[in-house]
Design a protein around this ligand. Sequence first.
Ligand SMILES: C[S@@+](CC[C@H](N)C(=O)[O-])C[C@H]1O[C@@H](n2cnc3c(N)ncnc32)[C@H](O)[C@@H]1O
Length: 442
Amino acid sequence: MLTYVIYYTLQKKQQPNMQNPISQIRKRFENVPVNSDWCFKNVRSTEQWTHGYHRYPAKFLPNLVKKLIEEYTHPDETIADLFAGCGTTLVEAKVHGRVSVGVDINPVAELITKAKTKPIEPILLANKFKDLESRLLSFNPAKSKKLSLHERIDYWFFPEHKYKIAFLYERILRLHNEDLRTFFLVALSNVLKNCSKWLQSSTKPQIDPRKKPIDPFIAFRRQAKQMIKKNREFYEALQKENFIDTSCEIRLEDARNTTIESDSIGSIITSPPYVTSYEYADIHQLTGFWFEYIADLVGFRKNFIGTFYSLKQETDSVSFIGQEIINQLLVKDKRTAKEVANYFNDMHAVTQEMHRILKPGGHTCLVIGNTTFLEVKIKSAEVFSELLELSGFTLVEIIKRSIPHKLIPTIRDRITGKFAKLENKQSQLVYPEEYIIVAKKK
Ligand SMILES: C[S@@+](CC[C@H](N)C(=O)[O-])C[C@H]1O[C@@H](n2cnc3c(N)ncnc32)[C@H](O)[C@@H]1O
């Protein structure tokens, strides 16, 4: 605590010079070249194992996680991901025979991760699917008319599709085996967007008045068949290595305050949410409403780090670099300045939590990109490096990599700050590169 107070006071009072930690952080970022070993330019498929079960914004490139596991983890130690998302780290940990634990605030992430990390005996799965398929023949729309569902479901779905989805959902819930239930719920979840009026090319909740949604039974069958094939490959690969029962747990918790035991984790591999970017609560609302994870969208949004909808009013940050960014934003757009301040403060709490759960000497590998908003450079990677040091970590390595455009939005309109199409003349790149910050608990 004392070190922290001294550090903080010094940074606030002094203009950074070449000797102090802030200047050192800045210098490290100035000189770092793109490392082609971490770019994975020739990777054709991100769909190996169960990675392709469900779309998820800003998910990890599996090869990146694989390399981090191979370089920064030990075989007999637990790997944690505090922003587990759709479970890329946990799937890769399992393939490497490593025990892992993931945390995410989003119940949709929890559901997907459970399905992706629990391979099912292929014959059992094939038989259950056959059974489920045959039940679809008994669907009778006349019997479905009394459905009472969340009003937003009526907003997003045509009645004929809504009844079919409700029928499927109800049949899946009748399965006694939890792994089978989770597997088929994920198959259904991933086709909800295609079966709705939601503009297919958008992650923002927006109706496409011209869209002809796919029939839910057709979409579900197709999706389940693809997943069944991937489950078999995953199951057989794990069985061959004797990794089927390697422990892998996902917890629906807040990264700022987890139930993970202190000093218990060998290494952390994670990618936090990006600020001024995705609203995970909104993006997953179709599954959220159908599977009754969301009763009130406004309340649901608040716990997500990086959300636009936080009501916190602070504009102070313990990070010197963070404070400079907030001050620049305050002149341009007060609401965004508060959003960014809140984001940095939440991430400070996360770096402290990382420090608590790691064993001494353990590494945290944090993958993050910078962005620009209304021409203010939001250097999250530099701020996180400072926050890690403030929380008791030593920076070990800063790796810069270029990222494939399709995995993350990269273009913003200079004037509005909104994500834009390439042909827009006001456009500029915002996440052309990202950083892997590797830090060690002293
Ligand atoms: C960039 S995504 C992680 C994607 C992940 N690496 C993957 O491969 O799927 C960030 C995640 O942070 C989660 N998140 C946001 N706020 C959180 C919080 N307070 N606690 C835990 N997770 C949170 C979001 O739900 C989202 O899944």
